[in-house]
Design a protein around this ligand. Structure first.
Ligand code: GLU
Length: 285
């Protein structure tokens, strides 16, 4: 028997919702028969509450209502801190005191191992910065983490296959930034587990992050959803929409007198999603 698919749409309130976001919500709603709405507002340096309000309004205007209560990352900081503590207890992360400029210099030096930064700062300098009360970022000991996780892969529903976890592009990825105490990667794996998401649907621009998420799930003993990365919505010139694509912002289209149906008719077609559920069932049963 087909089991219930639980999807989510997770916008960051750092700007206005545009057609690309609305398409992600539509995909999640189609595949999940409704979707969970999560507001990714953990980065207080970039998020604004008025954008959160606008997200609710724009989605409602489009008839893309979510199911249940939305969750906000800013209310889950304790859960992210627990997860970081777990990784610290397992000795799978190390503090990184490099400043942004020092990091850039390390990464541009060709002789450095790609993105492994634990040796970049002499021990005594690390200790000095710790004594000054400078908060470090926390980086994953990726080689050791992969060794402990064993052979792991993630389910790519679009490709219809499992893909091995390749951490090469990420190196010792930051799992907790010094300014927010967590990271995009750590927060979303905790969220997806807490929300019981079993099919993550999101744009193809986030596909590279999935290896990191799968590795963190393995280390933290979390359930593993399957993943569907959909095509990005592009403008007439073929450029993917971004926060600065003001002309495609739902708010702007509404202000120009477009109704929900007009706006939804500007989305790419959804025919691909018809096959996705069948593949999901095959791969997860
Ligand atoms: N909040 C992220 C974004 O707006 C999406 C997170 C995710 O789907 O994993 O790009």
């Amino acid at each position: 028997m087909a089991h219930q698919v639980k999807t989510r749409f997770a916008p960051s309130p750092t700007g206005q919702l545009h057609l690309g976001h609305a398409f992600s919500a539509l995909v999640a709603a189609r595949l999940g028969d409704g979707y969970h709405l999560r507001i990714d507002d953990v980065d207080h340096t970039r998020c604004r509450p008025e954008f959160t309000t606008q997200i609710y309004e724009d989605l409602s205007f489009l008839g893309l209502d979510w199911t249940g209560e939305p969750t906000l990352q800013s209310y889950r900081l304790a859960a992210y801190a627990d997860a970081l503590r777990q990784l610290q207890d397992m000795d799978l992360v190390y503090p990184c005191y490099l400043t942004r400029a020092e990091l850039a210099a390390v990464l541009s030096a060709p002789q450095e191992a790609p993105l492994a930064t634990d040796t970049a700062l002499p021990r005594d300098e690390q200790a000095r910065r710790a004594e000054q009360g400078i908060a470090p970022a926390w980086r994953l000991r990726t080689d050791e983490a992969l060794r402990r996780a064993g052979e792991i892969s993630w389910i790519d529903v679009r490709a219809g296959t499992s893909r091995p976890v390749d951490m090469t592009p990420h190196g010792d990825v930051v799992v907790a930034r010094r300014d927010i105490g967590t990271s995009y990667h750590l927060s979303v794996v905790i969220d997806d587990a807490m929300d019981g998401v079993n099919l993550v649907t999101r744009g193809a621009d986030l596909e590279d992050s999935t290896a990191v998420h799968r590795l963190l799930q393995a280390l933290l003993g979390l359930p593993t959803p399957a993943y569907y990365h959909h095509d990005l919505v592009r403008d007439a010139g073929g450029t993917r929409l971004a926060k600065r694509s003001q002309s495609q912002a739902i708010r702007e289209l509404r202000a120009n007198g477009l109704g929900a149906t007009d706006i939804l008719s500007r989305m790419p077609d959804l025919t691909e999603t018809d096959h996705i559920l069948a593949i999901y069932e095959k791969l997860t049963n």
